[in-house]
Design a protein around this ligand. Structure first.
Ligand SMILES: [Zn+2]
Length: 424
């Protein structure tokens, strides 16, 4: 497309000065971007598709082999047991460079056609460039993509020209994790403290935020990179504001955030309970895990209570249908199983066990029981009253426990007690 504004015109002009890819970059991609295949035939002979060397694999290990090093060229090979003789693979390489005052992220597709017994053929094609100005503005150059009759969003049409294109979310999905080690940076980016680590982010996103939001720069320079990465993962612009005041308190107090996921959850709890997020006493706990778990339990309790309050009006109806089963207890000396006797009890059970039994109070055909050992909840059991059998028994987070079969046996051995009450 034609440049539509001054910025785009300037970038188009600048793009004419961008050097072509170097041989060094292309060579690097052959050894570092492409995953070469070690083709293993049914007799266990392995052929390196990079250098043609072949050898007899030894012993039973070979059957489970998934990768190995070629004894001739020492390349790491992905082992594939197959009769196939031709392997066509595509990879992306990212080059981070600077040109005419812009930060440029170049995406090169590298293709390898490997035929068993022949040296591989390589092709490469630069398919996309992101041009970023020091103020964070950006535009994208790309080749056209095949959009009809393919499920791949990146089926590039290689003979089309790399030119300015309308932004498209597809461009943000192109794989950018394999980066050529020599990077060239504009001074504005260098000043932010960016070294080479992208914290598993897309270069375009990281660079734009570093260039426009001094908070990101502050975090890099303070070496608070765990929290930087976490907030990037959550969505920088949406979440940094929630945590920034507390992060500043941490930095001022020399408190390093090590488990950023847990710390952010913990700050959310503090916020829920209306604690002062500017107070180091709260935001810099010496035992984060303990404080996090304490508040998590506290919040679960509040939520359970709210849930119970909401369903108070359902207790009468519940009692009317299920009261005849109240007081039933089965025990084998180790495990105790009892019928839950109110909506509140069932909701609490669901919350404590992190499964969805909490909503089962309204199922007319179901009887909910709780299995415990020494008062500790083990599994929650649902019985179908019409079929007189266990439908499910679940431990914490829907997992089965080592007592699962013992619990089911115990219920089944006592099912006649339920039947007696059912017909009474
Ligand atoms: Zn080799």
């Amino acid at each position: 497309m034609k440049p539509k504004n001054k910025f785009q015109k300037q970038v188009v002009d600048a793009s004419k000065k961008l050097p072509v890819l170097t041989n060094e970059q292309i060579e690097w991609s052959k050894n570092n971007v492409i995953e070469h295949i070690g083709r293993r035939n049914d007799k266990g002979k392995i052929t390196c598709t990079k250098c043609c060397h072949s050898w007899q694999g030894v012993g039973h290990l070979v059957d489970t082999l998934t990768d190995c090093n070629c004894p001739n060229c020492n390349s790491k090979l992905v082992v594939k047991t197959t009769n196939k003789r031709v392997f066509r693979t595509n990879y992306y390489m990212t080059i981070i460079t600077a040109c005419e005052g812009y930060q440029v992220v170049r995406s090169i597709m590298v293709k390898c056609t490997a035929r068993v017994g022949k040296l591989p053929e390589y092709e490469h094609s630069e398919v996309m460039q992101r041009w970023i100005a020091p103020n964070g503005k950006y535009c994208t150059f790309a080749k056209l993509r095949q959009t009809m009759g393919t499920m791949y969003y990146d089926a590039w049409i290689h003979h089309t020209s790399l030119e300015l294109r309308q932004e498209n979310d597809i461009y943000n999905r192109i794989f950018t994790d394999v980066i050529y080690p020599r990077q060239k940076l504009i001074p504005e980016l260098k000043r932010t403290g960016y070294k080479k680590s992208l914290y598993k982010q897309k270069p375009l996103d990281l660079f734009r935020i570093l260039l426009t939001d001094s908070r990101a720069e502050t975090l890099i320079k303070a070496k608070q990179t765990k929290i930087l990465k976490r907030i990037f993962d959550m969505g920088w612009s949406r979440y940094i504001g929630n945590y920034w005041a507390s992060i500043r308190i941490c930095m001022r107090n020399g408190y390093k955030i090590k488990d950023a996921t847990m710390w952010c959850d913990y700050i959310d709890f503090l916020q829920f309970f209306g604690k002062d997020l500017h107070n180091a006493k709260y935001v810099c706990p010496s035992n984060l895990k303990a404080e996090h778990d304490r508040y998590m339990a506290k919040k679960a309790k509040v939520e359970t209570e709210q849930e119970i309050q909401k369903h108070l009006d359902k207790e009468d109806a519940f009692r009317e249908v299920k009261a005849k089963f109240f007081g039933l207890i089965f025990s084998d000396g180790q495990i105790n199983i009892r019928v839950l006797e109110s909506v509140a009890e069932i909701i609490t059970e669901g919350k404590m066990m992190h499964h969805c039994v909490g909503s089962y109070y309204s199922k007319e055909d179901s009887l909910i029981l709780s299995a415990t050992i020494d008062g500790k909840r083990i599994e929650t059991i649902e019985i179908s009253l019409s079929q007189l059998k266990v439908i499910q028994s679940r431990g914490i987070c829907n997992k089965n426990t080592e007592y699962h079969n013992q619990i089911i046996n115990l219920v089944e051995n006592n099912i006649s007690q339920i039947e007696e009450r059912l017909v009474a």
